[in-house]
Design a protein around this ligand. Sequence first.
Ligand SMILES: Nc1nc2[nH]cnc2c(=O)[nH]1
Length: 164
Amino acid sequence: MSTTVTAEQYLARSIRLATANVLNSGGPFGAMIVTADGRTFDGVNRVTADNDPTAHAEVTAIRTACRELGMFDLSGAVLYTSCEPCPMCLSSALWARVQRVVFAADRHDAASVGFDDAVFYGYFENQDRDALMPVGRLELGDPQSPMPLEPFNTWNTLESRIDY
Ligand SMILES: Nc1nc2[nH]cnc2c(=O)[nH]1
């Protein structure tokens, strides 16, 4: 008899991973990738433990799933996470072609214990952008400089390229 694992059970496991991770020198976030055929890959936040600001629980779960499956495309997979993904994690899920994201606590809950998820959402809504981190285009004036489109043109003509 096969037992069906529900979305609530995956989410509950993500929360338990998060709590256990705090007691293992990590941040209070846990996540899981569940593929269309039911394979599961856990991720926890290791930012301070590994000195890696990108090691959010969701990114860690995506990296583990991709590495173990030998794929960069997780189409059909669901990302469960103990807390609403920040913009970086959402972008990572988009790049991995994750089908759906399910979360428990939200960005405001994260803010209540000092995390900047809600602030960074504001950045993408153009709030205080220049004060937080200006992003600007720079035109290269030196005629010896490579053209900005050079890498794309090279990519475009490469027959062996792998699109993603
Ligand atoms: N959702 C989420 N938010 C965070 N904010 C800081 N770290 C994390 C993380 O790992 N996951």
